[in-house]
Design a protein around this ligand. Structure first.
Ligand code: GTP
Ligand code: MG
Length: 150
């Protein structure tokens, strides 16, 4: 089953939005298969955002991601990579639709509270960067047959 990497950034954690964000993925019907609290080092943040290293905001972005606890998660489900991004909303909260996580809960692009992988390749790379294979739990839940049908 498809998996994606989702992280609640330090601003989301400090603002007490962990349960709000987790519940949106959970209520949708996606399955949490890995979760941990971690303060990433600056070097680790630079690895995570390596494809943005030429951007002017790269240094500030990496300082910010490493400034406090992050909730790192792997969510599983049909279409979870693309739909996860939909739940999250546009990068700039000024442009995110109401009803999305960033649209409802954030105001500026530099403090947009959540990260989500942007495609199958980055999902794989980011899961491997943040987690060891044995950190991912494979399980079935009774709700699945009600979410997907028989
Ligand atoms: P992530 O899920 O965090 O990867 O966001 P994204 O995929 O919606 O956007 P992108 O990967 O292009 O940028 C990564 C992060 O850099 C964003 O979430 C923002 O926090 C930050 N960022 C992007 N564009 C800008 C910008 O123009 N200014 C500032 N200050 N930060 C930006
Ligand atoms: Mg991105």
């Amino acid at each position: 089953m498809e998996q994606t990497f989702i992280a609640i950034k330090p601003d989301g954690v400090q603002r007490g939005l962990i349960s709000e964000i987790v519940s949106r993925f959970e209520r949708k019907g996606f399955k949490l298969v890995a979760i941990k609290v971690v303060v990433p080092s600056k070097e680790f943040a630079e690895k995570h955002y390596h494809d943005l290293k030429e951007r002017p905001f790269f240094n500030g972005l990496c300082d910010f991601l490493s400034s406090g606890p992050v909730i790192a998660m792997v969510w599983e489900g049909e279409g979870v990579i693309k739909y996860g991004r939909k739940l999250i909303g546009a990068t700039d909260p000024q442009k995110s639709e109401p009803g999305t996580i960033r649209g409802d809960l954030a105001v500026v692009v530099g403090r947009n509270i959540i990260h989500g992988s942007d495609g199958p390749e980055t999902a794989k790379d980011e899961i491997n960067l943040w987690f060891k294979p044995e950190d991912l739990v494979s399980y079935s839940s009774n709700a699945e047959k009600w979410i997907y049908g028989e």
